[in-house]
Design a protein around this ligand. Structure first.
Ligand code: SAH
Ligand code: SF4
Ligand code: F3S
Length: 466
């Protein structure tokens, strides 16, 4: 993978000027609300968007309907994600009827799909701004143009390959936070639209990543999650991902995690890192997609079932307590019952802590969308249900095996179900709820696990770490 040019400081300076100009405009929105759909990449982008909007003088409005500017950061990885985004946007048309000054912005992966921006411009003229994944940094300029020219701006760029440094940001929180290490994807799994909407793989310079981690550490980060579509193919300044991890580990941030790893590129060095690095948590999301070699081949995944199982064995040899999670696609075109059952048996053999399961969704422009598919949807639904049932039973057994253990939990939030409890994750990534109050948020607590539910653990605090 090549390193790519960084968007020039001059261009970033231009955008900073636009932020100042927008701030001074009398008709600018006073508040904003961002709806972030899809994966962590979008969540991280939304933090940059929030940062830019704040510098334009807007404040965050928690209630969508009350905001002067509503921005949808969309996903299109499966059809239902796209339908949800479009449905929401169409609904905004009604809101705009009663609130004509409302500014509606739509960006992210969906707008980057071929033909989508043109379609939106034609069919949804009430949208004020449509931009794509490659020109997010130009948001200040576009908002300025919408306000001054008083007509919609639709700009999606086809070219990609730049790395943007130095965008403003407003982080969701400071104790557990994301750091992008690379953008885009070159793998072209035959079902996946991500390479088309996020562009070619490009890595940030290790120095830029380290500098960001140091800054976040100074701001109180206890946990960082390194992000990339396939972090294993990171190559910044000639450094491989494992080397970057060793450097970050030395900073002393208590918890490091990363996602996502492609099994074909999981290096020996990275496996070794799980045995050696003090701050690397025993948790790995390693999407397998299918347990059948033939399906994996047609997915263009470049590994076999046996290779995957071997990785699992080696990871557990260096880190016996490692928690593995996965993504699985059911009903890939042409998947036979036998091939599906190979996925079931792989799930049985690996015993994932959790697996995210999806029915194959054809995405226009991808190769698999053209593959003949004669399995009825009902059959696919039955298959996924069998898989979900089996995985849930395994997840429950895994959680039950944690009862009685003492775990250090990084407290994230007050529990949604019980205001007298807080929740946070163990090193392995299991969610634990235990009695406590909001003062614990962002701190470590030692907890004894007392019971296991379907997806979470319950516990009681035994000591507080400073
Ligand atoms: N880069 C990550 C995942 C990105 S998308 C990786 O390589 O693992 C997240 C998950 O969505 C994928 O792992 C896959 O399981 C699922 N997915 C992607 N495209 C899909 C499609 N067309 N239909 C169903 N599931 C899909
Ligand atoms: Fe999609 Fe495959 Fe790239 Fe993941 S590795 S983003 S599944 S093409
Ligand atoms: Fe969706 Fe884009 Fe992420 S398509 S899954 S938001 S990279």
């Amino acid at each position: 993978m090549k390193e790519r040019p960084i968007v020039s400081e001059q261009e970033m300076q231009r955008q900073r000027e636009f932020m100042k100009l927008v701030e001074k405009l009398p008709n600018r929105p006073g508040s904003y609300h961002i709806v972030s759909m899809g994966c962590q990449m979008n969540e991280r982008d939304s933090e940059s968007i929030a940062g830019m909007l704040e510098q334009m003088g807007m404040r965050q409005e928690p209630v969508r309907e009350q905001a002067d500017l509503i921005l949808y950061n969309t996903c299109c990885v499966r059809e239902n994600a796209e339908n949800k985004a479009l449905g929401n946007v169409i609904w905004l048309k009604e809101l705009k009827k009663v609130k004509p000054e409302l500014m509606i912005c739509v960006g992210g992966c969906m707008t980057q799909e071929k033909g989508m921006a043109a379609m939106m411009k034609k069919r949804y003229p009430f949208i004020d701004l449509v931009y794509g994944t490659h020109n997010l940094y130009k948001l200040p300029e576009y908002v300025y143009r919408v306000l001054v020219e008083k007509r919609p701006v639709v700009e999606v760029m086809d070219i990609d390959g730049e790395v943007v440094e130095g965008m403003p940001e407003k982080r969701a929180n400071h104790f557990s936070t994301f750091v992008n290490i690379m953008y885009g994807c070159d793998n072209f799994c035959t079902y996946c639209i991500v390479p088309y909407v996020r562009g070619r793989e490009r890595s940030r310079e290790p120095e830029a990543v380290i500098a960001e981690c140091v800054r976040l550490q100074d701001e109180g980060a206890q946990e960082i999650m390194l992000l990339g579509q396939n972090v294993n193919s990171y190559r910044g300044g000639g450094a491989a991902f494992a080397e970057l991890l060793y450097r970050i580990d030395r900073l002393g941030i208590p918890r490091i995690r990363f996602m996502t790893s492609h099994p074909k590129d999981l290096s020996d060095e990275l496996i070794a890192a799980f045995g050696e690095l003090e701050h690397l948590m025993p948790q790995l999301h390693l999407p397998v997609q299918s347990g059948s070699d033939e399906v994996l081949r047609r997915m263009n995944r470049h590994y076999t079932r046996e290779h995957y199982l071997d990785l699992v064995r080696r990871l557990r040899a260096v880190r016996p307590d490692i928690g593995l999670t996965s993504d699985i696609i059911v009903g890939f075109p042409g998947e036979t019952l036998e091939q599906f059952e190979q996925t079931l048996s792989l799930v049985e053999e690996v015993r994932f802590d959790a697996a995210y399961t999806f029915i194959f969704s054809p995405r226009t422009g991808t190769r698999a969308a053209e593959y003949p598919d004669d399995t009825p949807y009902e059959v696919k639904s039955e298959r996924i249900q069998r898989l979900i049932d089996r995985q849930q039973a395994i997840s429950l057994e895994t959680l039950r095996a944690q009862v009685g253990r003492r775990e250090r939990v990084l407290v994230e939030a007050v529990s949604t179900r019980d205001a007298a409890s807080v929740g946070g994750k163990t090193p392995r990534g299991h969610m634990v709820n235990f009695p406590g109050d909001a003062a614990l948020i962002g701190r470590f607590a030692d907890v004894e696990i007392t019971s296991a539910g379907r997806n979470t653990l319950r516990g009681r605090q035994i000591a507080l770490e400073d």
